[in-house]
Design a protein around this ligand. Structure first.
Ligand SMILES: Nc1ncnc2c1ncn2[C@@H]1O[C@H](COP(=O)(O)OP(=O)(O)OP(=O)(O)O)[C@@H](O)[C@H]1O
Ligand SMILES: [Mg+2]
Length: 219
């Protein structure tokens, strides 16, 4: 089973948005997808609850007493995590996945929080890269703003403990398409292509990475 973790301890960075869009993307590709809502806030669960029956099904898994019940036959498991995950809970989440995506919003507060979090992440025992592959995604970006340029610069210069660059996949713009899709239990991949052309293009590098062995830990 392929497990993709969406994590950033900073609240509102776009974890649930990224998690639900990835879940729907793989479901539309014919995969058996389970979306694990590990957040008591329940955003992913709410999204699944309003998802139309006519769309490709996505299973729901909820965290109960620290354990997840994953439906049999799941090919792709997407884990949406709560804000504030650190310490032991962080290690536990990391140990359950092969791939982690960290969405980050373009603001000085979010960048500073990301710096602190990455310091903690990289100080964990063992080489992160051998056990889990991590990539960043800039989210809710207002293009041509100073904040966007600063975030892009920051994300382009993060080094992993092994000295290699932490992959920075893409910038997702701030768009009502995400809000509209979320409202209806859908993803941008399920809205009219003519209206979401630009968003789909922005997702391409991330989807290519997820579909390649580059997002899987070294054997
Ligand atoms: N690219 C985007 N464009 C427009 N709105 C967005 C985008 N990404 C996220 N949002 C909106 O920003 C808000 C926060 O996003 P989201 O709930 O995905 O963050 P989160 O990291 O899951 O938050 P939490 O830490 O509370 O779980 C939501 O209202 C969501 O619809
Ligand atoms: Mg969330």
């Amino acid at each position: 089973m392929r497990t993709i973790l969406v994590l950033n301890p900073k609240g509102g960075s776009g974890k649930s948005t990224v998690a639900t869009n990835i879940a729907s993307y793989f479901a539309t590709q014919g995969k058996k997808v389970t979306l694990a809502d590990c957040d008591p806030q329940g955003s992913s669960q709410d999204w699944l609850a309003v998802r139309p029956e006519s769309r490709e099904p996505i299973n729901c898994a909820v965290l109960k007493k620290d354990s997840l019940e994953i439906p049999k036959g799941t090919e792709i498991l997407i884990m949406d995590t709560p804000a504030g995950v650190t310490d032991k809970r962080l290690s536990k989440f990391l140990s359950q996945a092969q791939t982690m995506i960290m969405p980050i919003v373009a603001s000085p507060i979010d960048i500073r929080a990301a710096e602190r979090f990455l310091d903690e992440l990289f100080s964990l025992k063992g080489s992160i890269n051998n056990k889990i592959k991590i990539a960043t995604v800039a989210n809710r970006v207002r293009e041509d703003t100073l904040a966007a340029a600063k975030l892009e610069h920051y994300l382009n210069h993060i080094k992993l403990p092994n000295g290699k660059k932490l992959p920075f996949m893409t910038m997702l713009r701030a768009s009502q398409n995400y809000i509209r899709a979320a409202e209806n239990g859908l993803s941008i991949f399920e809205l009219a292509p003519s209206k979401t052309y630009y968003d789909r293009e922005q997702w391409e590098p991330l989807l290519r990475w997820l579909n390649s062995s580059r997002s899987l830990p070294n054997k």
